[in-house]
Design a protein around this ligand. Structure first.
Ligand code: NAD
Length: 504
């Protein structure tokens, strides 16, 4: 069975990439392997950029910006509209490639591409809504207003677990705002990046007069990301990945006063209160904790159960964990696909050992199958308290379960970790819900739904060691522009603000 899949994948990938419009030369004879976590099979050898190519790319991106910023924003929106059309046409193929290269189950692969389409739609509307304010001035015969201008070259660094959507969140907004974009995708998912770029190029061809090099791709490792971070031609770097990466990137950007959007790790908690609809809570926790094999930044990693419902809820959760299908999503109906690689598996096992060492009782977590693909049963760990590995993000399906009896105390505990991305409470008591929403220190706080599965309409991002950035909906577009305050004097006098007098 597994052998068959490997053969199929090997054949599949060529025709899939051909259909997606990726040139063979880009993935046939390069030096960076693309490996599918489904089987561990090497799919391609992708060409990587060197320092000279990065320099040329950034030079082109700077020139493209100078032309693109003068194109009216609604016309810029037209390019993004065409891009959305191309994505709709390529949705099934790109989704399949996401499944093959990142290991997502098909509905999540398709959901990721849908998210790209959604942000394109959002950005098209936005291209006619890049509003500034008109502000009351204290000086007679004056008008004060703020105007938003494009920033320059926007660098995007992305993680393996959302190999295509994160780029789209950034690029769709950056482009309608008048910027050019240079993308450094994860070295674990170069094929999805090449395919995404090819789809974008088709929109550019239909658009007709976009400047050359408006959105470009840098395939490479960390050094390529560092080059983006250090190059003064890049005005903003939007970096998605681990907090470790953010800790390296943030000071370098600050050093040259560049803008940063940091979307880093999460350690997301859910509280289930005594009044909760427990069936709803069960589904919300199960998807949040096991979905994407625990490899979402918003994955539920900590669960706080009220004493009064603890035993019954844990029993139901254990049954849900036991029933969930783990395996290759191309071989059958499963809900949990593979971990990305061996290192992820080893980190998971280390975290489980550390949890046991501090009194945790581990259910699940064992490896399923063997060889160079890494499938695991999701782990449920009953913890005596919020200690040891519970305090950190382990990028794998581990859910730490703890008891509580007082809401204020559990909210304090919930907030007492370094990350601050997503959070949720299940309750039907509106006072509890409101108290939680006020007190949660995360960028995302939900009631009666889990921590995962954000829509593009809201601003996405988190606080503390999650980095503080916001992407996607609401007014996140402002991060991709600079604001100028303009005051115009249409009188024939020169009154000074604050009543200052300076007669000459
Ligand atoms: P990672 O940090 O290993 O890599 C992310 C990207 O950063 C890659 O493209 C990598 O090449 C690049 N990179 C690494 N070090 C760099 C450096 N010093 N300078 C410049 N670039 C560098 O992360 P990963 O394993 O691919 O992804 C998983 C992590 O990403 C998790 O921690 C997850 O929570 C986080 N994540 C966060 C969000 C969010 O929106 N907050 C979304 C997705 C993933």
């Amino acid at each position: 069975m597994k052998g068959q899949t490997m053969v199929q994948l090997g054949q599949d990938i060529g025709s899939l990439l051909d259909r997606l419009g990726v040139e063979r030369a880009l993935w046939c004879d390069g030096s960076m392997p693309s490996v599918t976590p489904l089987t561990g099979e090497q799919l391609a050898m992708v060409r990587v950029v060197d320092a000279a190519a990065i320099d040329e790319t950034l030079g082109q991106a700077s020139a493209a910006f100078r032309a693109w910023r003068n194109v009216p924003a609604p016309r810029r929106g037209e390019l993004v509209r065409l891009w959305g059309e191309e994505l709709r046409a390529a949705k099934d193929d790109l989704a399949r490639l996401v499944t093959i290269e990142a290991g997502k189950i098909p509905s999540e692969g398709a959901g990721e591409v849908q998210e790209m389409i959604d942000i394109c739609d959002f950005a098209v509307g936005l291209s006619r809504q890049l509003y500034g304010l008109t502000i009351a001035t204290e000086r007679p015969g004056h008008r004060m207003m703020e105007v938003w201008h494009p920033l320059g070259v926007v660098g995007v660094i992305s993680a393996f677990n959302f190999p295509v959507a994160v780029w789209a969140w950034n690029a769709a907004l950056a482009l309608v705002c008048g910027n050019s974009v240079v993308w450094k995708p994860s070295e674990k998912t170069p094929l999805t990046a090449l395919a995404t770029q090819a789809i974008f190029e088709r929109a550019v061809a239909r658009f007709g007069d976009a400047p050359e090099g408006l959105a470009q791709l840098l395939i490479g490792g960390r050094e390529a990301g560092e080059a983006l971070v250090d190059d003064k031609r890049v005005a903003l770097v939007s970096a998605t990945g681990s907090t470790r990466m953010g800790r390296a990137v943030a000071p370098r950007l600050a050093q040259r006063f560049a803008r940063a959007i940091l979307e880093l790790g999460g350690n997301n908690g859910v509280i289930v209160a005594p009044s909760a609809d427990l069936d709803l809570a069960l589904r919300g926790v199960a998807f949040g904790a096991m979905g994407t094999a625990g490899q979402r930044c918003t994955t539920t990693r900590r669960l706080f159960l009220h004493d009064s419902i603890y035993d019954g809820f844990v029993a139901k959760l254990k049954a849900a964990y036991a029933s969930v299908g783990v395996g290759n999503p191309l071989e059958g109906e499963v809900l949990v696909g593979p971990l990305i690689d061996r290192a992820a598996y080893e980190m998971m096992q280390d975290a489980l050992a550390a949890a046991k060492a501090v009194g945790g009782v581990v259910h699940g977590g064992e490896r399923v199958g063997e060889g160079e693909s890494f499938y695991v049963k999701p782990a449920l760990v009953e913890m005596p308290g919020q200690v040891g590995p519970v305090l950190e993000e382990t990028f794998a399906p581990i859910l730490y379960v703890m008891r509580y009896d007082d809401l204020d105390a559990v909210i304090a505990l919930h907030n007492d970790v370094a990350a601050g991305l997503s959070s949720a409470i299940f309750t039907t008591d509106m006072r509890e819900a409101e108290r939680f929403l006020v007190a949660s220190d995360c960028g995302i706080a939900n009631v009666n739904l889990g921590t995962s599965g954000a829509e593009i309409g809201g601003a996405f991002g988190g606080e503390k060691e999650t980095g503080g950035g916001r992407e996607s909906g609401s007014d996140s577009w402002k991060a991709y522009m600079r604001r100028a305050t303009n005051t115009v004097n249409y009188s024939d006098t020169l009154p000074l603000a604050q009543g200052v007098s300076f007669e000459i």
